[in-house]
Design a protein around this ligand. Sequence first.
Ligand SMILES: Nc1nc2c(ncn2[C@@H]2O[C@H](COP(=O)(O)OP(=O)(O)OP(=O)(O)O)[C@@H](O)[C@H]2O)c(=O)[nH]1
Length: 189
Amino acid sequence: MAQTVTSGTSPEGPRPSYMYKVVLLGSMSVGKSSLAYRHVRNDFRELLPTVGCSFFTQTLDLEEATVKMEIWDTAGQEKYHSVCHLYYRDAHAALLVYDIANKETLSRAKMWLEELEKRFLPDEIVIALVGNKTDLADEREVTSEVSAWGSASPLTESTRIHPRKNSKESQEFKGFSDTSKVCTPIDPP
Ligand SMILES: Nc1nc2c(ncn2[C@@H]2O[C@H](COP(=O)(O)OP(=O)(O)OP(=O)(O)O)[C@@H](O)[C@H]2O)c(=O)[nH]1
């Protein structure tokens, strides 16, 4: 699925390099930029709302290959919706992010799913649903419907992650570089 870029070398011999484009989609303030920032910089900080789209890159040296991730972090504000197709075009994977304490954001993630289903063939893109802000468990609004929706959709896993803690969210991204295991479940609902 990923585009092969070059062939590098390692002590064991030539190693392929791959490029993956991952796009983050979801309502405003669900924490998309925080997830990307945590993943790339291993840090959490207060970020300004995204304007249009932010772009991050990261190179992962995995055992069998080198993977360059292009992370396209789209703006969640409604006014940017109409340009988002420019950013998810040719993506290999999409993370549909919602806030577990805001049910409305799950509906919006579903809207993104429907849009991607129209634009991509099923084997063209990997789509994962990501429930964010798990520290807000006391305010949780999203519960059982996530698993029901997940089984009725091409979403590969439902995971909930929390970039404020140095949790395992990197696996969410790393999972995309492993074609056999698309997404690592971290804290299933
Ligand atoms: N409680 C909590 N707050 C978070 C978490 N992640 C992000 N936030 C906060 O949520 C707000 C929005 O975070 P962003 O990462 O900017 O959200 P975004 O989805 O990129 O927002 P847009 O750029 O508007 O699309 C900020 O105040 C963050 O500090 C989290 O895991 N828990």
